[in-house]
Design a protein around this ligand. Structure first.
Ligand code: SF4
Ligand code: SF4
Ligand code: SF4
Length: 268
């Protein structure tokens, strides 16, 4: 089976957020109240109900302001640290590219959140029995021979889906046939062992907050920590669950106190 990828050409993105809406629609995720992030209205960050986000960057170069929009979601790593950290096999890398998540297996320990070098898995803080969530590469669409909802939607063609090999060819072809337009770096080709989402850009990736990562993945480290030291790992899970329980209880108490204050105020 061929490994598939998406090429994101940041120089083509116009920030329309069609992909963001398509993702919400296909994944049946609720809309959230937006906030002004710079001069751009958007949810402030990715969260359990927003698998992907268009980030807005205002950069200044040679006294000229440049706007860059960057689509961010799970990178679907070739050697995913999240999957390696997961002790119950709830995250799996498929041969065709996607890193998929099984809610039935997940125990909500959040190891994946700490292991991911891109800070991708998000926790459902507002639920009683919380799990994590992330982009699943629209696997249901891929399984029926379609491309992801976001890549299908993009009006200027900033997102391109195909085999990873073909996407790398397209990326290098654009870089070398447009001298001076792109920086000579395909982000995701080698970072942490390579990813299934690849990026090209006209500005350095570090200016856009993309983490500078080694070519080697942390998979071995995650695996060792989480699987060969069950006592430590179990202790961490217990501590985190306890912390979450305390935070949740405090939130419920604050909510009840606020409701009772409102009731007594209304009764006056
Ligand atoms: S970006 Fe993070 S969540 Fe996505 S596959 Fe890589 S390690 Fe896992
Ligand atoms: S691949 Fe699917 S789930 Fe992932 S960002 Fe695109 S639309 Fe959303
Ligand atoms: S649909 Fe395409 S152009 Fe619009 S925000 Fe998404 S990536 Fe950018």
């Amino acid at each position: 089976m061929e490994n598939h990828a998406v090429l994101v050409d940041l120089s083509k993105c116009i920030g329309c957020r069609g992909c963001q809406v398509a993702c919400k629609q296909w994944q049946d995720l609720p809309g959230l109240k937006t906030q002004n992030t710079g001069s751009y209205q958007n949810p402030p960050r990715r969260n359990a109900k927003t698998y992907m986000l268009i980030e807005f960057h205002e950069l200044e170069k040679a006294n000229q302001v440049q706007w860059v929009f960057a689509k961010r979601q799970c990178m679907h790593c070739n050697e995913p640290a999240c999957a390696s950290a997961c002790t119950v096999g709830a995250l799996i890398k498929r041969e065709d590219g996607p890193v998929v998540y099984d809610t039935e297996k997940c125990i909500g320990c959040r190891y994946c959140m700490y292991a991911c070098p891109f800070g991708v898995p998000m926790f459902e803080w507002d639920k009683e029995f919380s799990l994590v969530s992330k982009c699943n590469f629209c696997v249901d669409r891929l399984d029926s021979g379609e491309q992801p909802s976001c890549t299908k939607t993009c009006p200027p063609g900033a997102l391109k889906y195909g085999t990873r090999e073909a996407m790398l060819d397209v990326a290098y072809n654009r870089i070398y046939t447009n001298p001076g337009k792109y920086i000579k770096h395909v982000y995701g080709e080698r970072e942490v062992g390579g990813t299934s989402w690849l990026y090209i850009s006209s500005v350095p990736f570090e200016d856009l907050g993309f983490p500078k990562l080694p070519e080697r993945s942390d998979v071995e480290l995650s695996h060792t920590v989480m699987h060969l030291t069950p006592t430590i790992a179990g202790g961490m899970a217990l501590a985190l669950s306890g912390l979450y329980w305390v935070i949740n209880r405090r939130r419920q108490a604050e909510k009840l106190a606020a409701e009772s204050t409102k009731e007594s105020h209304d009764a006056k």
